[in-house]
Unconditional design. Structure first.
Length: 85
């Protein structure tokens, strides 16, 4: 696997994991008592984005490492076998 292929796969995995992690711990502003005028009531009160980005990065590294080793050992193959005859 080339560097660019690995990077592309890692970025795809990272974004998928990010969208899975985003809802964890999210409380809407409507549940808190200090909603200011003009703010969306459905917006998260405390988004905690840095924490979620760090968690996403760690989980993505583990998932990508599993994918890389499975690919490297031939458990996953994206090439069609050549059929003779």
């Amino acid at each position: 696997m080339s560097f660019t292929s690995g990077l592309a796969i890692y970025v795809i995995i990272w974004w998928l994991i990010l969208f899975m992690v985003l809802p964890f711990g999210a409380r809407a502003k409507i549940d808190s008592e200090n909603i200011e005028e003009g703010q969306d009531a459905g917006a998260p009160a405390k988004p905690m984005m840095l924490k979620k980005v760090l968690i996403t990065t760690v989980i993505s590294l583990v998932v990508f490492a599993a994918f890389y080793f499975a690919f490297d050992y031939g458990l996953i193959n994206f090439r069609q076998p050549v059929q003779e005859g």
